[in-house]
Write a protein that binds this ligand. Structure first.
Ligand code: NOJ
Length: 968
């Protein structure tokens, strides 16, 4: 098992507001309203204005100690501003070349929060044994890597950490001299001139002012609106600049509503005037283009050029702002300003996007392999109001033959919003209701939020209170009380280990002596964790006061961005623990942090039913994916508003090509389930859903790959073609895993065609019409038809994709359905593809109960024919996932494989065979029936139509070795 421990809140308030769609930006801080961000930006402004600027931080070279195994070094660091304050630096190189740089204050007045990495990382990284440091007069350096072309250099004065490859600077820390760790101080601390004299309290001329500013700006408390943050620890922010001198594009740091290639934020940036903010927040009706915070934060940034990709992961849990600029078209400068915590930065050397994914996955884990059903279509709404409502909705889907796998219940199922407690008037029979849904192989997902109603008749709150696992107010005593859906509420403090088993037990469907458990549920009910930023309706910026106190005495400010990941973590464990034969959990979370990919899916929160929001959902999902959160999607239809029918159709089209595919709507919206649509819209949506279901094998195979390699399920252009500059800013088309499917969903009204960018000299076939588009080595745009019922979807020449094309009402009913293989020949008449299958539900795949096939099409030597074959990969590729988890070699008895032994390939479609074959036979000699429609091959700049060869019922099984030969 690979689970490891390590709201729209504003809605309640805004339900009262007019329904105009306007963001109340004033509810969230801008940088200039946040003391430490203001200080950080002012520092950068002073540096830029100065004629010369040198960082005051330096390494005391006499203090350098190399670890006995040479893998790392430690050194003392001082700042000329405050010579008496001590800092400790540690630099370590991991086995895979990642460099970790840590700096903390030593023997300070207090301790800085240093636990962010322990929540994000799956394990203590393995340290390289292959490092030789050389200590020189000005620096200490090490050369390493398989080609010995990576170098890490720690310069002494000023302190600078640089990673180079092939002699070229890739990542530079403190190159701009903006490193500043505000040390802990007492309120009226002496200026450096008088340090050592404890009695001295009069602040005189401050030599640190050139660096820190003249005034103590918001050092000791800070107000925003009617809230005051008491800041009992005073200033402790951390500023660091990170430069990528040879990389002109930056991606990542989700979640923001913006393009994938991050726009600049500094100077006279035409895009954003504020830095990107990472501060998990329940932002009501967020803007479709903004650097403002949203619900989750992953401080991982990729920097990319045609030469290489590098990345930094900044393991910080406090509020963080990131300025970004491109001093030249080929370089990127960033400035990270965090409110508290130690400096703990991982430099990922790449040099390719795939290498970065592996390096990041080794740190924070790969996405969990989801249950197969969870890749189906989810139907949600706030709210299905009764168990009979759920039954009726299910019936209507079935009457119209519209596939769906999951029905969701939002907060109104719960009596007074006391999660787990069914409202007995409306949901008198939750188990029977779930069983009715289960009868067709479907599941239910029910919401459980982290705020607990402070009510004596609520056993979950009562027991949490008795156990003492609720977040405390700033006094450190008692229970913090705030306002959420439940009215007066308290929040579970999942940083307290005492909460873990207690919460896991809540999901037990059986009684546990002395504890309240959810006996009114079944193990077909899965969980939605919402409002976990946390959303607090009457709190500052709709969240928890920063001076609230968590387990260990840490302030909420120290760990705010991590907080949201713990609820889905422990919830997922509860779902696994409740079944005798453990099943894969499904937990959807709104808030997340680095490493959340191990626990389940996320969605992009409360989007608006506008074309802009539909469009920006795509780069948001892509950005989450490259930061680990592959299992991501946006509310189909838009959460707020009533989409026009054409918008709804387009929204289903884009949703069907995102990993997490859920329709959802606000309580004030009209019902918009697809069966309510009139023709032709209803049929169009039904076809989209059927297409999603046909492609489930493709999605599942992509998820399996992501769960082993960390490479995202949705792959943007720079990931697939890292050297093709023209594609670096493309974020409205993407590939599905390694399948070769390239989609460009339409996100504008009244479109009739779409332009797709092809990055290579290869043929791409229209999935539906078999039109053959010919790309070009220099990159080329091709136009495809995109009427309302059409999805621009191409198959890259060289791919073999597996689908299941029988129409079913849910994915579970497809378990024994036959497969269709689509062989899309490359211009060299070759193709390959993979298919991964397992029971889709349990952890039996971890004991090797899998079917993993490779399909290859190639020209047999010296012939013009074609051989299409299937071979086993499960035996061929045992080993390890990138995150170190052993992949058990295939189970000798493999009951799963046996269970699908009779599943056939019912059709093979070959695109691009140059002439009608004389015969098509299995390698065993059996003659096969086929049809052949000649095409007009695409050549040069000319487009064409693919020839289509269809072999019906080739008589081969999906899980067996076979070969079929086409004789020319
Ligand atoms: C906020 C969530 O973002 C939304 O999806 C949900 O419907 C409401 N909370 C009510 O639970």
């Amino acid at each position: 098992m690979r689970l490891i421990l390590s709201c729209s809140g504003a809605l309640a308030l805004t339900l009262l507001l007019p329904s105009t769609l306007a963001l109340k930006t004033g509810d969230w801080k801008t940088c200039s309203q946040s003391g430490f961000c203001r200080r950080g930006r002012a520092l950068s402004a002073r540096a830029q204005a100065a004629s010369s600027w040198t960082s005051p931080y330096s390494v005391d070279e006499r203090s350098i100690e190399l670890a006995s195994d040479q893998a790392g070094l430690t050194a003392a660091v001082t700042s000329s501003l405050y010579p008496a304050i001590k800092f400790g630096l540690e630099v370590r190189v991991h086995e895979d070349g990642v460099v970790r740089v840590r700096m903390d204050e030593v023997d300070g007045l207090r301790k800085r929060y240093d636990e962010a990495a322990s929540w994000a990382l799956i394990a203590e990284p393995k340290i390289s044994k292959d490092i030789q440091w050389t200590v020189g007069k000005k620096d200490v350096r090490a050369v390493y890597g398989p080609k010995k072309d990576i170098e890490v250099v720690v310069s002494f004065a000023p302190l600078r950490v640089v990673m180079l490859r092939g002699g070229k600077e890739q990542v530079v820390l403190n190159g701009q001299g903006l490193l500043h760790m505000e040390h802990f101080r007492t309120k009226h601390e002496a200026s450096p001139a008088e340090e050592g004299d404890e009695a001295q309290t009069v602040v005189q001329v401050n030599p640190a002012a050139y660096f820190e500013g003249e005034t103590e700006d918001a050092f000791w408390d800070e107000s925003f609106g009617s809230w005051t943050d008491s800041k009992p620890k005073g200033p402790e922010s951390l500023s660091v600049d990170i430069t990528f001198p040879n990389h002109g594009h930056a991606y990542g740091i989700p979640q923001h509503a913006t393009s994938l290639d991050l726009p600049t934020t500094t100077g006279d940036s035409p895009f954003f005037s504020d830095p990107y903010r990472l501060y998990n927040a329940d932002v009501f009706e967020y803007l479709a283009s903004s650097s403002m915070s949203l619900y989750g934060s992953i401080p991982l940034m990729h920097a990319h050029s045609a030469d290489s990709t590098v990345a930094v992961f900044n393991a910080v849990g406090s509020e963080t702002w990131i300025d970004l600029s491109h001093p030249t078209a080929k370089s990127t400068q960033t400035h990270w300003i965090s409110e508290s915590g130690i400096l703990d930065i991982f430099i990922l050397p790449g040099p390719t996007p795939d290498a970065i994914f592996a390096q990041y996955a080794r740190l924070t884990g790969t996405p969990a392999l989801p249950a197969h059903w969870s890749l189906g279509h989810h139907q949600c709404r706030w709210n299905y109001v009764s168990s009979d409502d759920v039954r009726t909705v299910q019936k209507r889907f079935d009457e119209d033959d519209i596939p769906v796998d999951v029905f969701w219940l939002d907060i109104e199922y719960a009596d007074e919003h006391k999660y787990f407690m069914w409202d007995e008037k409306t949901f008198p029979d939750p188990i029977e209701m779930t069983n009715d849904v289960e009868a067709l192989g479907r599941k239910m997902v029910v919401i459980v939020d982290p705020h607990l109603k402070r009510a004596d008749n609520y056993p979950v709150y009562k027991s949490a209170s008795e156990l003492g696992v609720l977040v405390k107010p700033k006094s450190g005593e008692g229970e913090y009380e705030g306002w959420c859906w439940t009215g007066s509420s308290s929040w579970i403090d999942f940083f307290n280990p005492a909460s873990w088993q207690w919460w896991i037990n809540k999901f037990s469907t059986k009684a546990i002596a002395g504890e309240w458990t959810w006996t009114q549920s079944t193990d077909s009910i899965y969980i939605w964790n919402d409002m976990n930023e946390p959303s607090v309706f009457n709190g500052p910026e709709i969240t928890m006061p920063k001076d609230n106190v968590h387990h260990g005495g840490w302030e909420h400010r120290d760990l705010h961005n991590i907080n949201g990941m713990l609820l889905p973590n422990i919830t997922a464990q509860g779902l696994v623990a409740r079944s005798e034969i453990p099943k894969r959990p499904f937990v959807l979370t709104r808030s997340f942090y680095a490493g959340s990919q191990r626990f389940g899916a996320m969605w992009t929160g409360d989007n608006l039913g506008t074309w802009e929001h539909m469009a920006v959902g795509a780069p948001m999902v892509l950005a989450n994916g490259i930061a680990g959160m592959s299992f991501a999607g946006s509310d189909v239809g838009g959460f707020f508003g009533n989409p026009e029918r054409d918008m709804l159709v387009r929204w289903y089209q884009i949703g069907a090509f995102q990993p997490f595919f859920r329709a959802h709507a606000h309580i004030d919206t009209k019902r918009r389930e697809p069966y309510l649509l009139e023709e032709p819209y209803k049929s169009i949506v039904r076809d989209i859903l059927r297409l999603r279901y046909a492609m489930l094998p493709i999605w599942y195979t992509a998820f399996r790959e992501a769960s082993v390699t960390g490479i995202p399920v949705l792959r943007p252009h720079y990931v697939v073609f890292p050297r093709d500059e023209a594609g670096f800013s493309i974020d409205d088309q993407w590939f599905i895993g390694g399948s070769g499917l390239l989609v460009k969903p339409v996100t504008t009204k009244d479109a009739t065609e779409a332009s797709i960018y092809l990055a290579e000299d290869q043929v791409y076939y229209d999935y539906f019409t078999h039109h053959a588009h010919r790309g070009a080595a220099a990159g080329k745009h091709v136009t495809v038809s995109a009427q309302l019922h059409e999805i621009p979807l191409l198959v890259r020449g060289g791919s073999i994709v597996s689908t299941r094309e029988r129409h079913r009402r849910s994915s579970t009913l497809m378990k024994h359905d036959p497969f269709t293989l689509r062989v899309a020949l490359s211009k060299k008449s070759e193709a390959r593809g993979e298919l991964y299958l397992d029971d889709g539900e349990t952890f039996a795949y971890q004991t090797g109960q899998i079917v993993w096939r490779e399909f290859v099409a190639e020209q047999p030597k010296n012939t013009k024919g074609l051989r299409i074959s299937s071979r086993d990969l499960a035996h061929a590729k045992p080993g390890e996932a990138v995150d170190g988890v052993a992949l058990t070699s295939v189970s000798p008895s493999n009951p799963f494989a046996k269970s699908i032994e009779s599943v056939r390939v019912e059709k093979i479609v070959v695109l691009g065979v140059s002439s009608k074959p004389k015969s098509v036979k299995t390698e065993g000699g059996a003659e096969l029936q086929f049809t052949y429609t000649a095409g007009v091959p695409a050549s040069g700049n000319k487009e064409g139509t693919a020839s289509v060869l269809v072999i019906k019922d080739p008589g081969v099984a999906i899980s067996k070795d076979w070969a079929i030969v086409l004789t020319a």
